[in-house]
Write a protein that binds this ligand. Structure first.
Ligand SMILES: [Fe+2]
Ligand SMILES: [Fe+2]
Length: 292
């Protein structure tokens, strides 16, 4: 974090959050896909103060954040699960970082494929596109644990530089194994790529490739209560062997569920997820959609 620390924000990332009432409320925002053009054009209202054009990805990110923080629920942690940008530019990360710092709420960010892979020729057929590999920005965490009262949140980086699919990889598997072996606490794992098929051929080509090794590890660890991801730009919840698997709508556009070819779900609006953890080891989670 040397680049950002000199700006005066030394407390990132958080390592522990304790609350007096024993509740932890996590706000998950995912797949922001911000570009430089988005953050330059912010004028969306006419003289009557009505929204006059389609919101861009920066505006829907801000709208999701503001709507969530205006809800009658205290937010203890903001979790960003990857694809923060649509083009790898440090100034976009710095804007996101400053926006989150301004909330005064602890936050944590991990990488998605778009944070480590620039995709050139998005208007061309997939096999004609060029993929440029990048190192993840310093605000993106690779293996990080946050103690949340009597819960643990384990964040891992599933991105692969120059690729769209994800992997957990041996380093993350070993780190998870060590953390889970020593844990007497219920655990949530956060990562960008999905770990269960979505029944959608094109997005399932870009799944976590070594998901079998990941499931083999966590199925043997009863402390794991949930895996929360982004990447698929849609709502999904399933329980497998006592582990809840969540994916969450993007703060921008949504993919059409169960489509074998790439398709945008035009009528669906952006959203975000809440996860609530109690001291009695009870977890609940729900998705909210943006009201615009
Ligand atoms: Fe995405
Ligand atoms: Fe992604």
């Amino acid at each position: 974090m040397s680049t950002l620390n000199h700006l005066g924000y030394p407390s990132y990332p958080p390592t522990e959050i304790f609350t007096e009432d024993g509740l932890i409320n996590i706000l998950q925002l995912t797949d922001l896909h911000l570009s430089l053009d988005d953050i330059k054009s912010q004028d969306i209202k006419n003289n009557d103060n009505k929204i006059t054009c389609k919101l861009n990805n920066y505006q829907t990110f801000i709208a999701c954040l503001q709507q969530a923080l205006n809800e009658p629920i205290r937010c203890d942690l903001i979790l960003l699960t990857g694809d923060l940008v649509n083009e790898v530019k440090p100034e976009i990360y710095e804007l996101i970082y400053l926006t989150l710092v301004e909330t005064g709420i602890p936050f944590a960010c991990i990488a998605g494929n778009h944070d480590v892979t620039d995709e050139l020729g998005a208007d061309l057929p997939f096999h004609n596109r060029t993929f440029i590999a990048h190192k993840p920005h310093s605000m993106l965490l690779s293996r990080h644990c946050i103690q949340l009262n009597n819960w643990k949140l384990l964040l891992i980086d599933s991105s692969v530089q120059g690729e769209i699919y994800g992997t957990v990889g041996n380093k993350n598997l070993n780190w998870l194994s060590q953390n889970l072996a020593n844990s007497h606490y219920p655990v949530i794992i956060a990562m960008h790529h999905h770990v269960l098929p979505m029944d959608s051929a094109w997005i399932d080509k870009h799944i976590t490739k070594d998901k079998a090794a990941f499931w083999h590890l966590i199925n043997s660890k009863p402390s794991v209560k949930a895996v929360v991801s982004g990447h698929v730009h849609q709502f999904f919840e399933q329980q497998t062997e006592g582990i809840k698997v969540y994916t969450t709508p993007s703060t921008c556009y949504q993919f059409k569920p169960k489509s074998d070819d790439f398709a945008i779900e035009d009528h669906e609006v952006p959203g975000y997820r809440w996860l609530t953890l109690t001291k009695q080891n009870i977890m609940s989670s729900w998705v909210k959609r943006l009201s615009v």
